[in-house]
Design a protein around this ligand. Sequence first.
Ligand code: TRP
Length: 461
Amino acid sequence: MDVDKLSIDPWSSTQSTDYSRIIQQFGLSDFNNLSLPNPSHLHRRGIIFAHRDLDLVLDAQKTGENFGVLTGLMPSGRMHLGHSMVIEQVKWFQNLGGDVTIAVADLESQATRGISLAKGRKIALQEYVSNYAALGLNPSLTNVYFQSSRAEVQRLGFQLGKRTNLSEFESIYGFRGDTNLAHVQAPMVQVGDILHPQIDEYGGLRPIVVPVGVDQDPHLRLTRGVASKSNWFNIKTNTGRGILIGLSVHDDNAELFGQQPNGRIDKSKVGEIFAKVVKRLTEIGFSDINSNPKQGTVIVPSATKRDMNKIRIELLKLERSLGGMGLLTPSSTYHHFAVGLTGQKMSSSKPKTTIFLDDDIQTITKKIKKAYSGGQSTIEEHRRLGGNPDIDVAYQYMMYFFEHDDKHLAEINSDYRNGKLLAGEMKQLCIDKATEWMENHIELRDQSQHLVDDFLADDSK
Ligand code: TRP
């Protein structure tokens, strides 16, 4: 095996934080060329650091078209601050007008953590959904469902199994011969989670963005792969110029695409399909179209890369009208992981590494006091050499969670670096902010407890 290759295991308790390598190796995009409306503190501070095809979603938002947000949670332990980052992102998209669906991965939790469906349900409601309104999600615009109760999710996952195989699972997840099959099925259910909001019953064809921690990217690679492999029309940039469209023949469209059982081509059927493609392209405003059914291509010379999404969506609509699934590859965004309080990875199973959303103020104070510090070992040295906010957990938690004022944060940062602010003082600032944040959160949560049920979709009440 190539030792230089990073692998991401979504179920592991360790996690690579070499984010620039992750971007490179897995082909994520950074935010350099995107301008975000109303960026949140997570965007402004580079904590949300990468995406796939987010422009698709931002374009829809700009032009007032529909887009959706889908994410999921694995109900296995208590909800902590790390989990709240995804909700922050969901909230941001919700405020921009996206419709929101949240999957409770109860099947996955059963398969990979041995948690029964009943227990998973209880954890999801008490630990997670009960915090959502307090974190700013709108219950009437958010649909929470359970994987085990949504047949469409399972059906899609099962059907799309046709577009992948064990070798791909081996290379994406490192699965082996002795991997339990329930564990193999879990990613296919997640594929169903991610793609199902596009089907008519759940809102129809529209861009869907999946905000997640980067540990979930393997699932996105899988999902994007199977979605695009299921498509009936291939769309790519043409080597000369413009955009080139080709047909992708599958079992379920072979007849329609003129492939006869005896191997011959029914030219009139091919002609009909090409005429339909040309008609759709004309309807969305293209006039110079080179249709060449014999070669199996349609070229739109004047179309630019930016037109690609428009063409793609129109041809997915055509595919649907002909009986195909017409699935758009999902977009995604990724956030950095906040370091654990102890300096190790944050984890629900190690309470000292994180702050739970139902920790009391006393516990929080104690945890922050013990947090890993970026200060020097004596006051004299600290004044002389300064501290390091990049590894100081108290500072990091203000940056990630508690201090939303950029100016104040920058001041603390420089005061710490030049030794003006001591490590103990940094911790006290963090305790004060955390206390304020948590008191507010507790109050909001108490006020919104009666709304928990409103978050649940009808099939999951
Ligand atoms: N696998 C995710 C986790 O471990 C949970 C999940 C299930 C999910 N379905 C999803 C996340 C769809 C994002 C999108 O936390």
